[in-house]
Design a protein around this ligand. Structure first.
Ligand SMILES: Nc1ncnc2c1ncn2[C@@H]1O[C@H](COP(=O)(O)OP(=O)(O)OP(=O)(O)O)[C@@H](O)[C@H]1O
Ligand SMILES: [Mg+2]
Length: 295
């Protein structure tokens, strides 16, 4: 019997094995170690309890989503995890460090894309990227390579020498995401990174992040209002409402446990509220622009 293998079949086989190996490596990492630990964490602003005694863990290499309606406490939690706000009560460990008492080491462990715009408007796109790279000690040659790649990736290569103050809201958002990816951090926090972006750019961005997660084991912690994003990307979803975590499961388990067919329905059942979806992107734009105008 004559058996012939075409090179494309062999390549496909090798790729399949590689994918399996990467997945296996990811499972081992996730089972073994947690990179974020939160115990009984609360934040009060005067009389208001924004985060109410939450506890959870994120494993190394996990993609973890915080899903919740407006005002649920997502950003407040991220700010505490990333040293920007001090908790009222509770404990946090980020890559083994306490963000209150070991701020410097904690900060070296993560990158962040903020919900609110945080670019320097008086610098060019390239300068914003370069400054960030220097801050995170990315060596010069690698920095230049990554900046060129990322600016191209988010479609801003031709505008690299323009001042950010002259950019549109969507362009600023794209630049901000690119900036967050320069230093390939151990943990990447993304607070509503894709708000106001078109579906194609969103897909593109998630593909890149998933790739980094697979290749470098980068842990990802993100919030979103887009259900399909959470469903497609996240290994684990924590549903948060009124400062409390109601459920923390895989997307599949969330649907199974609520006896629903979509994450949208599961969310509605758990919180009694619907979350804005893709159809309301005009609202997102409004909201985002409002935030930019307010500055
Ligand atoms: N600095 C602050 N001072 C007073 N109240 C605050 C402050 N920051 C947040 N809050 C309040 O805490 C609650 C949680 O806000 P947070 O920004 O964490 O919500 P969120 O889940 O990120 O919402 P969104 O989806 O709109 O971004 C809200 O009621 C908000 O008004
Ligand atoms: Mg928020």
């Amino acid at each position: 019997m004559h058996v012939s293998f075409s090179s494309s079949k062999i390549k496909k086989f090798i790729n399949q094995q590689r994918e399996k190996y990467i997945l296996y490596k990811k499972m081992v990492l996730m089972v073994n170690e947690s990179i974020i630990t939160v115990k009984n964490l609360s934040k009060k602003f005067n009389g208001l309890t924004a985060v109410d005694n939450i506890s959870f863990e994120v494993k190394k290499g996990e993609i973890f989503a915080f899903l919740g309606p407006n005002g649920a406490g997502k950003t407040t939690t991220i700010k505490m995890l990333t040293t920007l706000l001090h908790p009222t009560a509770g404990e946090i460990k980020i890559n083994g460090y306490d963000p209150v008492n070991e701020q410097k080491d904690a900060r070296k462990s993560f990158g962040i894309v903020f919900q609110d715009q945080s670019l320097d408007e008086d610098l060019t796109a390239y300068e914003n990227m370069d400054f960030h790279g220097v801050f995170y000690n990315v060596p010069k040659d690698l920095r230049k390579k990554r900046i060129d790649y990322l600016l191209n990736f988010v479609g801003l290569q031709e505008r690299k020498d323009d001042f950010v103050k002259n950019f549109s809201g969507g362009m600023k958002r794209r630049l901000e995401i690119a900036r967050g990816l320069i230093h390939h951090p151990k943990i990447l926090f993304l607070d509503e990174p894709t708000i106001g972006l078109d579906p194609q750019t969103r897909n593109h961005m998630w593909q890149y992040i998933k790739d980094l997660n697979k290749k470098e084991g980068m842990t990802v912690f993100f919030t979103t209002h887009y259900m399909e994003e959470a469903e497609k990307i996240a290994d684990t979803i924590a549903v948060i409402d009124k400062g409390r975590i109601i459920k923390k499961e895989t997307p599949q388990a969330l649907k199974r446990l609520t006896n629903t067919r979509s994450l949208e329905e599961a969310f509605l059942k758990l919180t009694g509220k619907s979350i804005r979806d893709e159809k309301s992107s005009s609202i997102d734009n409004l909201r985002m622009n409002r935030k930019i105008w307010r500055r």
